[in-house]
Design a protein around this ligand. Structure first.
Ligand SMILES: [Zn+2]
Length: 110
C-alpha cells in the first residue's frame, strides 16, 4: 500500500528531472512527484508543511501563487507583542548583550 501525497507545488511537474519522467516511449510526461508519508515514524508530524511538498522550492512556488489566500486565513492588521521585563545589560559576549526575559506571549484568539 502506498502512503504518499502528491506534491502541491504548482510547477512540480515542469521541472526537468529524470525521476519525474513517466509514460511509455512516444508519450512521455513529466509528472508531479510523490511525497512519502512516514506516518509510522516517531518523528512524523502531521502538520509539517514538508508532508505536502517534495522540496522547499515547490513550497515557495505554492506560497507565492496563493499568498493572498494564505494571509487571508489569519490577517495580521495589528502587531503582536510579547511582554518582557526591563532588559538587563550583561557582560556576556564581545560587545556585551542585553538579557531579555519574557513575561508572556500574546495568544491569537479565533
Ligand atoms: Zn514538488
Amino acid at each position: 500500500m502506498s502512503n504518499f501525497k502528491w506534491c502541491h507545488g504548482p510547477k512540480c511537474h515542469e521541472d526537468k528531472t529524470q525521476d519525474r519522467v513517466r509514460g511509455t516511449k512516444g508519450s512521455k510526461v513529466l509528472r508531479t512527484r510523490k511525497v512519502k508519508q512516514h506516518t509510522e515514524r516517531s518523528w512524523y508530524r502531521p502538520n509539517d508543511f514538508m508532508n505536502y511538498f517534495c522540496s522547499v522550492g515547490c513550497y515557495n512556488q505554492f506560497a507565492s501563487t496563493h499568498i493572498q489566500r494564505i494571509v487571508a486565513i489569519e490577517p495580521r492588521n495589528e502587531p503582536l507583542e510579547t511582554p518582557i521585563n526591563d532588559p538587563v545589560k550583561t557582560d556576556r559576549g564581545y560587545y556585551g548583550q542585553w538579557e531579555i526575559t519574557k513575561r508572556g506571549v500574546d495568544t491569537q484568539t479565533e
